[in-house]
Write a protein that binds this ligand. Structure first.
Ligand SMILES: O=C(O)c1ccccc1NCC(=O)[C@H](O)[C@H](O)COP(=O)(O)O
Length: 416
């Protein structure tokens, strides 16, 4: 193995409060999270910070190579500092492969084996690394300023939360966000004859409140074209763009393609990114939900102001294990109380296949209120669910919804 090194210090042992890291962070991004600072400037698969590059080139006595080397070093430190900040919040997913330091780097704190650890540790990390490469290509083709124009011309955002509440009030059962997805890493290809618009219409006819559309191409065989086609097809249900969002560019793109809502994944995104992305969503009219899978993530998100929708995932994205009691666990005790106080809507997600599963998550987080109060109370309990596999696999997804709920929840013709 090639080495540039004499001693190996594990990544986590680099002092996260080192002045060099803090300096780099402030220098590049006075007010934005590091990961978002690249939104406006990245054009290839490695974030290059042109303004910094320009400054460095001017500062060196005309030596472009030396300047490039310094910039590479700074970029490398910035990327690593991103992961360090995330790690302090319990985030294990590394946003990019931790490639070794640039050739000329002689760091004050660390020496490292080159290429060590450049294999994703799990499927989620692999998806995120791939997203980074994909995004660089997309951004090259559609820079942010062109997207901003497209957002201005997009069909107006619809009331995602209103649709969920209306459905729950109508049926007394969790409002369904029905997922249009062709394949998934855990389930493989779920449906060969996949017509996204037909499936979305079948869901709407079956009583879905909202529709989730997976847009990741490589792992879910989804696309933004599917999202756009459903939006333009006359389907009235508000649309969730189900993506692995790692960059604000994706928010603009989702809105431009007609999305009404997006989901942010706490397993991937540090708090600062979530706060910043939430602000952007508000600006462009997207409803935000944040997905959590454990108590630490739930506590982090409950500490962020302005989050109105929390998705509790029953599938561990790192291991694929499904455990629907996760929803119940995360709503117990003080957490449940805080959710009620903050007026947050909870969505149960993944692994729901039967009326018993739906009833189980519906009961999760329920306090001992009289039944008629439950009927009007959306917060603090699971009054909405996201379901993909169990209904998309059915020959007739409309019937699939009735089977999932154990009854017909479609909107009566007189109300439609
Ligand atoms: O579903 C997967 O295999 C998967 C793997 C890695 C990351 C995310 C994954 N799923 C994303 C989703 O959000 C699911 O599509 C959603 O929870 C619906 O789940 P289900 O009803 O079990 O299809």
């Amino acid at each position: 193995m090639e080495t540039s090194i004499c001693r190996h210090v594990p990544f986590n042992s680099i002092p996260s409060s080192s002045s060099s890291l803090n300096y780099t962070f402030r220098f590049l991004t006075p007010s934005l999270p590091v990961s978002l600072s690249s939104t406006l400037t990245t054009t290839n698969h490695r974030p290059s910070f042109p303004s910094l590059r320009a400054q460095q080139s001017e500062a060196s006595d005309g030596s472009a190579i030396e300047a490039d080397s310094k910039v590479d070093t700074k970029e490398w430190k910035v990327r690593n500092s991103q992961d360090e900040i995330a790690a302090t919040q319990g985030i294990q997913i590394r946003r990019r492969p931790p490639t070794g330091p640039p050739q000329h780097y002689v760091g004050p704190f660390e020496f490292r084996l080159q290429n060590e650890g450049n294999t994703p540790r799990n499927i989620l990390e692999e998806i995120v690394w791939n997203k980074d490469v994909e995004l660089a290509q997309w951004k090259g083709k559609k820079p942010l300023f062109t997207l901003k124009k497209a957002v201005d011309n997009a069909p107006p955002p619809r009331d995602f939360i209103g649709a969920l509440k209306a459905s729950y009030s109508r049926t007394g059962m969790p409002a369904l966000i029905a997922e249009v997805k062709k394949a998934s890493p855990s389930g493989g290809v779920l449906r060969e004859d996949f017509d996204p618009v037909e499936i979305a219409k079948a869901y709407e006819n079956g009583g879905a409140a909202c529709i989730s559309v997976t847009t990741d191409q490589k792992y879910f065989q989804g696309s933004y074209e599917n999202l756009e086609a459903i939006r333009n097809s006359g389907v009235k249900c508000p649309l969730l763009c189900k993506e692995f969002i790692v960059d604000a560019w994706q928010l603009y793109y989702a809105r431009a393609k007609g999305a009404d809502a997006v989901s942010l994944i706490a397993t991937i995104l540090p708090d600062l990114d979530i706060k910043y992305m939430t602000k952007i969503c508000k600006m462009i009219g997207l409803t935000v939900m944040v997905e959590v899978q454990d108590a630490n993530e739930m506590d982090r998100i409950l500490g962020i102001d302005g989050i109105k929708l929390i998705v509790i995932k029953n599938r561990n994205l790192e291991t694929f294990e499904v455990d629907i009691s996760n929803t119940k666990k995360l709503l117990e005790g003080e957490r449940g109380e805080k959710i009620r106080q903050k007026d947050i809507l909870v969505i149960g997600e993944s692994g729901l296949f039967s009326p018993a599963d739906v009833a189980y998550v519906q009961e999760a987080g329920v306090k001992a209120y009289p039944k008629f109060v439950h009927f009007f109370m959306h917060t603090g309990r699971v009054a909405q669910i996201i379901v993909g596999e169990s209904i998309v696999k059915q020959k007739d997804p409309t019937k699939g919804i009735a089977e999932l709920f154990g009854k017909d929840i479609s909107v009566p013709a007189a109300l439609a």
